[in-house]
Design a protein around this ligand. Structure first.
Ligand code: C2E
Ligand code: SIN
Ligand code: SIN
Ligand code: FE
Ligand code: FE
Length: 409
């Protein structure tokens, strides 16, 4: 293939000798080979750079769940690899049937941020509607007209190209590039532009999927927690005199858990468990639950089943299983004489050991159908006396210290 021509001139009347011509031929061949090698080298280098750019974008899309971050990297790579002045992404808004600004790179005026193009209108809108890649070497000659003259004048754009972003057959938006001087893209350029558009559509699709998942997950969590709080209030209402007991012991237990360094991720389960600690009492008849005096042996046998009722009620709910420690174990005792299983010491889950102290303190300082409230001092003395008997002594120490400092209670 011809790479170029080597021109050599000599003043007349001098003629080239046969030897000189052979030498020139050899030189031209060497020059041709060198140019060819250099071109190949440049092309290889360009392809390697393009691959690296695609990988960079790929990593950004995978690592970031934030679409703005992915698109910023994609647009930066787009301008570098395609050698253009600016690039942007417009996202399709199906409610308004418009393409709206999402990200831009290399733009001088703030106009671009307000871009809203109606689908099917102007060159951009048509390309998107028809899922077509369009290149316009000279915007002033565009047919149909570009339709974004204010932007063109403000930025001085000459060349424009737009590629639709399509995922699973659905229009997501467009990737567009701008250049302030004429540009004649070759086939290689177009292929790479298409590859970039494909990655942009993957980024947009991922982000939308993640948004939907996250939103439905959040809605579910909120619905669950609202349900739990509703149950807790219903339980407090049932033993009328324990009003606000659940809220207070939940707050106190969380404060103790934080002070004992329980991991943040576990606190959500501690909170739910504390709110639901006596849910098993739903199965206890009013005659027992609201009895004004001491319980008979049979009544006591019924009452002591409330932690097991809680286990039965909550364990089918997968979401609440990690919250079961408190409802199931809050009447275990450090010395092993508690119920329902007679667990001892650290066999008792930490959340339940913390909760037991908060629950008994709050129960003692409240009126109950079976006795009037104790004073704060009487309750504190009782807790201190039960360290190592009913309660974990370490928990009692933290509890008393926090009480003294006014951090709880
Ligand atoms: P509750 O009233 O919420 O009390 C929770 C825990 O606080 C009790 O667990 C106990 O450890 C402690 N506590 C409450 N009041 C007193 C008290 O006057 N003295 C002492 N030393 N500790 C107290 P416990 O004992 O396993 O009781 C579980 C539930 O059984 C109580 O929950 C309450 O609903 C019921 N209950 C317990 N004793 C009686 C009673 O004499 N009469 C009636 N009607 N119900 C009782
Ligand atoms: C835009 O801001 O990109 C569209 C409006 C215009 O330039 O005329
Ligand atoms: C509550 O929500 O009832 C209080 C517990 C908390 O601190 O979240
Ligand atoms: Fe209980
Ligand atoms: Fe309680």
């Amino acid at each position: 293939t011809v790479e170029g021509v080597l021109l050599v001139g000599v003043p007349a009347p001098r003629q080239f000798t046969a030897d000189e011509l052979r030498l020139l031929e050899a030189l031209a061949e060497m020059a041709g080979a060198t140019i060819h090698r250099l071109r190949l080298h440049a092309e290889t280098l360009r392809r390697v750079q393009q691959l690296e750019a695609l990988q960079t974008i790929d990593r950004a899309i995978t690592a970031s769940l934030d679409l703005r971050v992915s698109l910023a990297i994609l647009l930066e790579q787009t301008t570098i690899q395609l050698g253009v002045d600016a690039a942007g992404v417009l996202l399709y808004n199906p409610h308004l049937n418009t393409l709206d600004y999402a990200a831009g790179h290399g733009l001088r005026s703030p106009l671009y941020r307000h871009t809203r193009v109606r689908l099917g209108e102007g060159l951009t809108g048509l390309a998107a509607l028809e899922h077509r890649l369009v290149v316009v070497p000279d915007l002033s000659q565009a047919d149909p007209p570009w339709g974004r003259e204010t932007l063109r004048e403000a930025e001085g754009f000459v060349t424009y190209a737009v590629a639709p972003l399509v995922a699973k057959g659905q229009l997501q938006g467009v990737l567009e590039i701008f250049h302030r001087s004429p540009l004649r893209p070759d086939e290689d350029w177009l292929t790479f532009f298409q590859a970039l558009a494909q990655q942009a559509s993957i980024a947009v699709d991922n982000a939308r999927l993640f948004d939907r998942l996250q939103r439905s997950h959040m809605e579910l969590v909120m619905a669950y927690d609202a349900t739990i709080e509703g149950w807790a209030r219903a339980l407090d209402l049932r033993d009328r005199e324990t009003e606000d007991h659940t809220r207070r012991v939940t707050e106190m237990t969380l404060a103790l858990a934080r002070a004992m360094g329980m991991p943040e991720a576990e606190l959500v389960h501690v909170r739910r468990g504390a709110l639901l600690h006596d849910i098993g009492k739903m199965a206890i008849p009013d005659t027992v639950l609201l009895k004004p005096g001491p319980l008979t042996e049979e009544e006591w046998a019924i009452m002591r089943r409330h932690p097991e009722y809680a286990l039965d009620l909550l364990s089918p709910i997968l979401y609440l299983r990690p919250a079961l420690d408190i409802p199931y174990c809050h009447h275990e005792r450090w010395d092993g004489r508690g119920y329902p299983r007679g667990l001892k010491g650290e066999e008792i889950p930490l959340a339940a050991r913390l909760f037991a102290v908060a629950d008994v303190f709050d129960a003692l300082t409240s009126d109950r159908p079976y006795r009037p409230a104790w004073s704060r001092q009487e309750a504190l003395d009782y807790i201190r006396h039960q360290a190592g008997r009913q309660f974990d002594p370490k928990v009692v120490a933290v509890f008393l210290e926090m009480m003294e400092k006014g951090e709880i209670g």
